[in-house]
Design a protein around this ligand. Structure first.
Ligand code: PXL
Length: 275
């Protein structure tokens, strides 16, 4: 059984980051080791939250992992809270790097052209630097534009998306995948580029008229689970599109649904079977 390490915060309430990654990657039949970067009472889309920073513990844990000889088939990072945490993740990448350890970065920091609360352009530049060391990066269009210093595109052509992907892959990662790409009002999907084969890949499905918090984390976790189970990068991106949509549909069908969480639990059985 493969073991991956995911590095992100844990928010006690509000499904995102570790509370999403752990169940999804486990459902994929892959061991999910966790490195919590901070404990929040709830994610930051709620009106207020508490925050306990665990930064100083991360190098201590790194040293212990090294001493005990742990290795990982992938390191997957999501929401990181500070410049120092980016540096620490870089150190983890280097400490545990091997040709068999895939580095996957979801550079969580922005959406709809705006940085999330607490993030700065300096953070975006540092995250961009970290992305140079990854094998796969999964930004949305906002994150890509902050990292590349290009204007945020509300509407775009396929050519513009390909140019962005090319620029992202020039940073270093073999695969760059832009999430949330839509060329028609009723469809949305992922557009990806493989720098080595020079292949582009677009996969879309239905676009629902609602946005839920945490879907990016669900998407990245579904992707990694599929990848670790032996699907190709492009196949895994497609599987993640389909099951993210399915989990959003399950949420909408729930009379008590809240926009700050997705009922991904209800698709885990089918996801496991599909892998
Ligand atoms: O979904 C990304 C995410 C992760 N963790 C925390 C967040 C967010 C997005 O806002 O607030 C704490």
């Amino acid at each position: 059984m493969k073991r991956i390490l995911t590095i992100q915060d844990i928010s006690c309430v509000g499904k995102c980051s570790l509370t999403v990654a752990l169940p999804i990657i486990s459902a994929a039949g892959v061991e999910c080791a966790v490195l919590p970067t901070a404990v929040l009472s709830n994610h930051t889309a709620f009106p207020s939250f508490t925050f306990c920073d665990l930064t100083e513990e991360l190098p201590v844990i790194e040293q212990k992992f090294q001493e005990l000889g742990f290795d990982f088939s992938a390191i997957y990072t999501g929401y990181l809270g500070s410049l120092r945490q980016i540096d620490i993740v870089r150190s983890y990448f280097r400490t545990f790097s091997s040709p068999d350890c895939l580095k996957v970065i979801d550079p969580v920091m922005a959406d709809h052209g705006k940085l999330y609360y607490g993030f700065t352009e300096e953070f975006a530049d540092n995250m961009c630097d970290l992305c140079r060391e990854a094998d796969v990066i999964l930004p949305n269009l906002s994150e890509a534009s902050f990292m590349l210093h290009t204007p945020y595109l509300e509407t775009y052509t396929e050519e513009q998306i390909r140019e962005l992907l090319h620029a992202l892959s020039e940073l270093g990662p073999r695969y760059a995948a832009l999430t949330g790409i839509s060329f028609a009002p009723d469809e949305i999907g992922v557009y990806a580029y493989d720098r080595v084969t020079n292949e582009y890949h677009y996969y879309k499905n239905e676009k629902l008229p609602v946005a839920f918090h945490g879907t990016g984390d669900i998407y990245a976790s579904l992707f990694l689970g599929a990848l670790m189970r032996g699907h190709s990068v492009f196949e895994s991106l497609d599987i993640a599109v389909d099951f993210t949509l399915l989990s959003m549909k399950k949420t909408l069908a729930d009379p008590e649904y809240r926009t700050y969480g997705v009922n991904f639990e209800q698709i885990l059985g089918d996801y496991a079977k599909a892998l």
